[in-house]
Design a protein around this ligand. Structure first.
Ligand code: GDP
Ligand code: IMO
Ligand code: MG
Length: 426
């Protein structure tokens, strides 16, 4: 089974890390293709919790090669501290490969991310403050720093000076901050060069050769479809392309290489940061979902906004990504409700919509149309087969599958590796 894409089907934190780990035992390469350390993926192995931010989750699978491909933006200090953190827990990180073309997050990107957010005030995006937006902006604006630049001091200095020429004007004159010294940035980046060099490779070549040899490559999504810069709730999005299409540009592989595209989706919905969220619950149900589901960010610790399952989002995600299947997660969290609302459509200014409205203004005005499904009021975290689930939980899953636009591959009933019901073997 050569190339599998796992991606977020909602607004992030769907359980991509756990799904990756689930398939991880049968894969040769695990590849991050977009985003940076704004991601936070959690895996629980034998009761022990691991969280990855930049390292592909496959690092936890012995024999699997983790790859940070060209589409990722890399904060080198964060990368090496994560490597050290994993190594100190006995994880073998020696196979890690990093693309020479991945862009580097510098201290001025992080500074700009934070001041821009502050400047936006109540219109802020609610970013993770990791410098993601400014780094991708420089990439597209052709003034970014890439991993390979760290191995040519002259070029690196030239690029950093050119970037800071303009950015210091902005920092000082617009945001009233202190200018950043180019020498300081160059020195900091160069301090990582020796440690980085042995990890760097042409990852597009590496991955294409692996696929030619019939190896199994898993592309581990970060962020999610509704946070995609093109297809998400713009401008309340991240600055990369977490959709399936982004895997091709982010890794340098052709679309015809991809065999499976799995959308990870929670049995309800969460979102961190600002932006529209039609099924959001600002009442006690929202608090209960947050508490029972442990909905607090892995990266920033922020409480996640919580709401019911949104089948319009699911259908949209299935379409935009060409999903071959869904992985439904956190079904166990819903064991506490008599009746569970599920959003089957929207009403926008008096008009019914079964598909995602065309414009963001319409989406901002969308109110959910709910269908109510019976709850099961039972702890299902010990179930291992579909037939073990209470009948109402089975009906809930089948109803969601029917309205979501792609078949369900697996169901999560707890954070543990073993707490998964696989409906069909891939
Ligand atoms: P990711 O960013 O998509 O990898 O997701 P996160 O790791 O940020 O958030 C998902 C959280 O839910 C983590 O704490 C996981 O351990 C946990 N989790 C994943 N699947 C399940 C599940 O089926 N049930 C429960 N209760 N927790 C889960
Ligand atoms: P994983 O991979 C949830 C959100 C931020 C903010 C917006 C832009 O764990 O699912 P950014 O720092 O990327 O410029 O912030 O995107 N965001 C995420 N939300 N999960 C994530 O990653 C996210 N990565 C970014 O909260 O609203
Ligand atoms: Mg996360």
């Amino acid at each position: 089974m050569p190339a599998i894409v796992i991606l977020g089907a909602q607004w992030g934190d769907e359980g991509k890390g756990k799904a990756t780990d689930q398939l991880g035992r049968a894969i040769d390469y695990c590849v991050r293709t977009s985003g940076g350390n704004n991601a936070g993926h959690t895996v629980v192995v034998n009761g022990e919790k691991f969280d990855t931010h930049l390292l592909p989750t496959g690092v936890l699978t012995p024999g699997c090669t983790p790859v940070i491909a060209n589409g990722v933006v890399v904060d080198l200090a964060a990368l090496f501290s994560e490597i050290d953190r994993f190594a100190s827990r006995g994880v073998d990180v020696s196979r890690l490969v990093v693309s020479a073309n991945a862009h580097v997050i510098t201290p001025y990107h992080t500074a700009l991310d934070k001041v821009t957010e502050r400047f936006l005030g109540k219109n802020m995006i609610g970013t993770t403050g990791r410098g993601i937006g400014p780094t991708y902006a420089d990439k597209i604006g052709r003034s970014g720093i890439r991993v390979a630049d760290l191995f040519d001091e002259g070029i690196l200095r030239q690029k950093v000076e050119a970037a800071l020429d303009l950015k210091n004007q902005i920092l000082v004159k617009v945001y009233n901050r202190r200018a950043i010294e180019p020498d300081q940035v160059v020195e900091e980046l160069l301090s990582f060069a020796d440690r980085l060099r042995p990890l760097v490779a042409d990852t597009s070549l590496l991955l294409n050769r692996a696929l030619d040899e019939g190896k199994t490559v898993l592309f581990e999504g970060a962020q999610a479809t509704m946070l995609d810069v093109d297809h998400g709730t713009y401008p309340f999005v991240t600055s990369s392309s977490p959709v399936a299409g982004g895997v091709c540009t982010g890794a340098g592989i052709g679309p015809n290489r991809i065999d499976r595209v799995i959308g990870v989706i929670k049995a309800y919905t969460t979102r961190v940061g600002a932006g529209p969220f039609p099924t959001e619950l600002l009442d006690e149900d929202g608090d209960r979902l947050r508490t029972i589901g442990g909905e607090f960010g892995v990266t920033t610790g922020r409480p996640r906004r919580c709401g019911w399952y949104d089948a319009v989002v699911a259908r949209y995600t299935a379409r935009v990504n060409g999903l071959t299947e869904f992985c439904l997660t956190k079904l166990d969290v819903l064991g506490d409700w008599e009746r569970i609302p599920v959003c089957v459509g929207y009403e926008v200014d008096g008009v019914r919509h079964d598909e995602m409205p065309m414009t963001q203004s319409e989406f901002h005005h969308a109110t959910p149309v709910y269908e109510f499904l019976d709850g099961w009021n039972e702890d299902i975290s010990g179930c291992r087969g579909f037939e073990d689930l209470p009948k109402n939980a089975q009906r809930y899953v089948r109803a969601l599958e029917e309205m979501s636009g792609a078949p369900f591959w697996a169901i999560g009933v707890g954070p543990g590796r073993e707490q998964t019901i696989v409906l069909r073997e891939g």
